[in-house]
Structures are given as structure tokens and as C-alpha cells.
Design a protein around this ligand. Structure first.
Ligand code: HEC
Ligand code: HEC
Length: 438
């Protein structure tokens, strides 16, 4: 009898905890800046999905141009748009293109399927990108928030022009898989609604190599996000905007841990990057050091298992080599150098580093705390930091304070984009290929 009572109270206790957890999770997910398809809690019996079917999403258009005209607190004005002045017609066209799966060779893959708006315009659930027909790439999809401020693009800085950058993903066989520039353009020209939209945005010019690049670049440049808690504290002088832990984190970031020597904070604004490339040793480790026998592999969203890596090799392609900036310059000193990413909105764009190796910010801080990985070209600023666990926690709190206050607006705006997949009855969903639509 006594035992039974104990069991029953235990049961009531656990049901209470479980239902409370479920409520807490739903609360968390009412905020759009967390992934719409986050499967945290997947392992529990009361798992409730927060994924929303595309047609059930309601968007809300925002005048994105205001973010460019008047950048939020913490960011400077945009200087590099002279050759491609931002207009509403261009931004709307660029937004439609960004979400249009017809831009891939088999009409399945849009830019937004790797740069997922509700996942920080990156991909939270895979380390390295997967493109058309499940073809894998070797690098992590970076966020494109604040891309207007980048003077070089890609993890290895091989491109510097947002208007031309689009041909990378459009033509890569493991991204959107198009056979040629001509094939992309002639396909878009055959989709009736685009002709008019291009002409309206570009003074009568139709879809072409430069107009396509300009439209996509215009949309991406408007994705400017700041006025974070940090900005309100540091630039807005609101002393209550940051927690004590985040303030300590800021002191470490700019002091003992010297993170700001590369993730730069200026007097009037902060990009949290230096537009330079550095060797942190992570790339070296991935290429050169003996691999451990087992790895912590994500088998389902949020579910990790320690798995023998030989087993993974049996079912996957060999890992592609990645030498970083060396692939651009062929200079041996540039091996395993990668571009410093901005840390704005950093909590939204896990996993981290060029190959998405680190699952969360604690793992990243731990990596830096140990001094990266020693190799010949290790950047001299990367060295053991002797941070205590509390200091590591504070650094993460600081990075968590860098999420802009307009991200929900930007995500909602992206949900309002016409996505062109409502089926064959939609007059806009006519394949650009020669396939007849019945
Ligand atoms: C299959 C996934 C995938 C698709 C589809 C895709 N991207 Fe990307 N994107 C990536 C990856 C991965 C990188 C980093 C590649 C590298 O550094 O070599 C990247 C890099 C970028 C960058 C540079 C960001 C930076 O910080 O350097 C921009 C801008 C970008 N993509 C825009 C686009 C646009 C526009 C489209 C559609 C035309 C697109 N992407 C389609 C995966 C994708
Ligand atoms: C020597 C310059 C340098 C210093 C110092 C530095 N970083 Fe970095 N950081 C980088 C580079 C370069 C990368 C990209 C590495 C890669 O992709 O392989 C990076 C990546 C990151 C990322 C992942 C960003 C993403 O989008 O994937 C985080 C988070 C980060 N650093 C935080 C910190 C913190 C915290 C410190 C201080 C403890 C710090 N960094 C110190 C250069 C630096």
C-alpha cells in the first residue's frame, strides 16, 4: 500500500513536470525568431510540434527599405549600394525570387531552403548544406542577416559582389543544380509574371544576368538587424538593457578573452567582424588530425548518439577536403583561414563555424578557451584563455544579447513572400521548362 502511494505521488509529480514543460516550450515557440520546426523535446511522450504547414502561415509585409534608409541602433549607414539603388519594386522582386523553387533545375529548391528565415536565415538542423536531390555540400549555410556590410562573401571570401554571388548557388550541382546561366535566364523569361515585374523594377529591362543579381542583392541587403539589448546598453546608454552576466561577458569579450580583436566593436557601431580571414586551427584539425573513433551524431532533431564513425563512412561519401582561403590564393600560409563571421543574431544561426561543427555557443567558447588548435599558421590572437566556467557562461550570455529587435518583423515579412507552390492551378506556377502543365 505504502509503495503504491509512493508510486502514485511520483506519477502525479512527473505529470506535473511534463505538462509544465510542455507549456514552457510552447511559450518559447510563440517567438518567431526560434526555428519554426524546432524539435526540442522530441524525445518526450508529450512532444508537441510547432511546425506550421506553409499554407497555414500568415505573413505580414514590412517596408524593408526603412531598415536600409535608417539602420537600427548599432549599425552604420550602408555605403555600397550606389550601383544598385534600392527600390521597393526591386526588393519585392528579389524577395519573390529568393523564395521561388523554380530557380533550381528541377523546380524543387529555393535560396530560402538553406537560408531559412525562421532559422536565422541559415539552417539550424544540418551542419553542412544539402541541395537538390539530397546532394551534400561541405560547408555550413551562413546567415545572411546584415550581409549588406560584408565586403567579402563565402567562408573563404572568394566573392566580393552580392550581385554576382548568386551564380555560385544557382549553378553548383549540389545546391540548385542549374546547367548554365542561359538555362536559368531562359527559364525565368518563360514565367509570365516575372517579365512584368523585372520591367517595372528595371526601367523596361527584362530578366538578365545583371537584373537577376541586382534584384536578389537588393532584397538581401534589406535584411538588416540590430538594436539588440547590447546596442541599447552600449550605444543607447540604457543601463538596464543587459543582465549582469551579459555585462561581465562584454568585459571578457573586449578584455581577457580578446574576442573583439577580430569580432570588432567600434565607437559608434559594431559589425562584430573584421572582413578578414584567420586560422583558428579548427580547419587544420578537420583536415589533418587523427579522427576520434566515435562522434556525437544527431540522429533526429535534438537527439544525439555516440556513434562509431567507421559505420558512418560505410553509408556516406568520403568527407570533402577544405583548405579555406588557400583554395582562393594557392598560398600555403592561407591554409585553413576562414572569414570572421559577424556575431550579430548569433544565437539564431547554430550550428557554428564553416562546417557547422559546433552545435552551440558553449562548445565554441570552450574551443577558444583551450586556445583553438595549435598549427603553424594559427592566428597569434588565439591562445588559451583560462576562463572559469562562470566566465564561459557570461561570454555566452553576452552573445545571446546580440539578437536584433526586428528579426520577428523580417521573418513575418518573409512569410508574406509569394512562394509559388500552390499547385498547377496557380497561374504563376507554370514550369519554366518545356513540361506542359495540365
Ligand atoms: C543548398 C543550400 C543553399 C542554397 C540553395 C543557397 N545557398 Fe547561399 N550559401 C550556402 C552555403 C553552404 C554557403 C557558404 C558557401 C561557402 O562558403 O563556400 C552560402 C553562402 C551564401 C552567401 C554568402 C554569405 C556570407 O556570409 O558569406 C550568400 C549571400 C548567399 N549564400 C545567398 C544565397 C542566394 C541568393 C541563394 C539563391 C540564389 C542561395 N544562397 C542559395 C547554402 C545555400
Ligand atoms: C583571430 C581572430 C578571432 C578571434 C580572436 C576570435 N574569433 Fe571567433 N571567429 C573567427 C573566425 C575566423 C571564425 C570562423 C571560423 C570558421 O568558420 O572556421 C570565427 C567564428 C566564431 C563563431 C561562430 C560564428 C558562426 O556564424 O559560425 C563564434 C560564435 C565566435 N567566433 C565567437 C568568438 C568568441 C566568443 C571569441 C573570444 C573568446 C572569438 N570568437 C575570438 C575569428 C576570431
Amino acid at each position: 500500500m505504502k509503495n503504491n502511494m509512493a508510486l502514485i505521488s511520483l506519477f502525479i509529480f512527473y505529470s506535473f513536470i511534463l505538462s509544465n514543460n510542455a507549456a514552457a516550450r510552447l511559450d518559447n515557440y510563440s517567438n518567431l525568431s526560434v526555428p519554426g520546426d524546432n524539435k526540442q523535446g522530441y524525445e518526450s511522450l508529450d512532444y508537441v510540434t510547432n511546425a506550421k504547414a506553409v499554407e497555414k502561415r500568415t505573413g505580414l509585409t514590412t517596408n524593408l527599405i526603412t531598415f536600409i534608409e535608417n539602420p537600427p541602433l548599432g549599425l552604420p549607414s550602408i555605403s555600397n549600394v550606389k550601383n544598385n539603388p534600392i527600390t521597393e519594386a526591386k526588393v519585392m522582386l528579389g524577395r519573390k525570387l529568393f523564395f521561388d523553387r523554380r530557380l533550381s533545375f528541377n523546380d524543387t529548391f529555393s535560396c530560402a531552403m538553406c537560408h531559412i528565415p525562421e532559422q536565422g536565415f541559415s539552417s539550424n538542423e544540418i551542419s553542412t548544406a544539402v541541395g537538390v536531390e539530397g546532394r551534400s555540400g561541405r560547408r555550413n549555410s551562413p546567415t545572411i542577416y546584415n550581409i549588406a556590410y560584408a565586403t567579402s562573401l563565402f567562408h573563404d571570401a572568394r566573392e566580393d559582389n552580392l550581385e554576382q554571388q548568386i551564380w555560385g548557388p544557382l549553378l553548383a550541382e549540389n545546391e540548385m543544380g542549374n546547367p548554365s546561366i542561359g538555362a536559368v535566364l531562359s527559364k525565368i523569361r518563360k514565367i509570365p509574371d516575372y517579365q512584368l515585374l523585372f520591367e517595372a523594377a528595371f526601367n523596361g529591362k527584362g530578366p538578365g544576368m545583371s537584373t537577376l543579381g541586382m534584384a536578389l542583392a537588393a532584397y538581401q541587403r534589406t535584411l538588416i538587424s540590430a538594436n539588440s539589448a547590447f546596442d541599447r546598453w552600449y550605444y543607447g546608454k540604457d543601463e538596464y538593457a543587459l543582465s549582469t552576466s551579459a555585462i561581465n561577458g562584454f568585459k571578457l569579450f573586449t578584455g581577457k578573452a580578446a574576442c573583439s580583436s577580430c569580432h570588432i566593436i567600434n565607437k559608434d557601431y559594431a559589425l562584430f567582424m573584421d572582413n578578414q580571414l584567420h586560422n583558428t586551427g579548427h580547419g587544420y584539425r578537420q583536415s589533418m588530425l587523427a579522427r576520434p573513433k566515435t562522434g556525437n551524431i544527431q540522429v533526429a532533431p535534438g537527439e544525439f548518439r555516440n556513434i562509431n564513425l567507421d559505420f558512418i563512412d560505410e553509408v556516406s561519401e568520403p568527407e570533402a577536403a577544405d583548405l579555406g582561403y588557400y583554395e582562393v590564393t594557392q598560398n600555403p600560409d592561407d591554409r585553413w583561414k576562414y572569414r570572421t563571421p559577424s556575431l550579430r543574431n548569433i544565437v539564431l544561426s547554430a550550428p557554428y563555424f564553416h562546417d557547422g561543427f559546433f552545435h552551440n555557443l558553449y562548445e565554441v567558447v570552450d574551443f577558444y578557451n583551450k586556445g583553438g588548435i595549435v598549427n603553424d599558421n594559427l592566428d597569434p590572437r588565439i591562445k588559451p584563455l583560462n576562463l572559469t566556467p562562470q566566465e564561459e557562461y557570461d561570454l555566452v550570455s553576452f552573445m545571446e544579447s546580440l539578437t536584433g529587435d526586428n528579426v520577428n518583423k523580417i521573418v513575418l515579412d518573409s512569410f508574406a513572400a509569394p512562394i509559388g507552390d500552390t499547385g498547377a492551378n496557380d497561374p504563376n506556377w507554370i514550369r519554366g521548362t518545356n513540361v506542359e502543365v495540365k
